[in-house]
Design a protein around this ligand. Structure first.
Ligand code: ZN
Length: 120
């Protein structure tokens, strides 16, 4: 697996990576807690500059979890790596789309009976 350099993370942040590398970085971010920590640190540093939150959430929107995955996150159900990624996406990145989506899901969630249960 290709190594993700700090420069690649920075380019990722600034929306300057070619697609192939972009996919590699996203995959690595999902898989590696260490890399997420590094990215978070980079976010905090870069955030002071011009390339602010706008570029970040535009980028992160691409890798937004699906509504179904967000629903799973609400229930704490699903792959733990994915849940961790969603938490990172929501709390560290602060993606406004997913936060709104999550709010919506929370309101829609009824404690009564679940209509259908997805089969495994
Ligand atoms: Zn999102």
């Amino acid at each position: 697996m290709a190594e993700i350099t700090r420069q690649m993370l920075r380019d990722y942040l600034n929306d300057a990576l070619p697609d192939a590398e972009l996919a590699a970085v996203e995959k690595a971010l999902r898989e590696s807690a260490a890399l997420r920590a590094k990215y978070k640190e980079l976010l905090e540093t870069e955030d002071r500059g011009e390339h602010g939150v706008g570029a970040i959430w535009r980028r992160e929107r691409v890798s937004c979890p699906t509504r179904e995955q967000l629903g799973g996150f609400l229930l704490g159900a699903g792959d733990s790596e994915l849940l961790e990624y969603i938490e990172f996406h929501l709390k560290t990145i602060g993606c406004p789309f997913c936060q709104a989506n999550l709010d919506d899901l929370r309101k829609a969630a009824k404690p009564a009976k679940p209509a259908t249960k997805p089969k495994r």
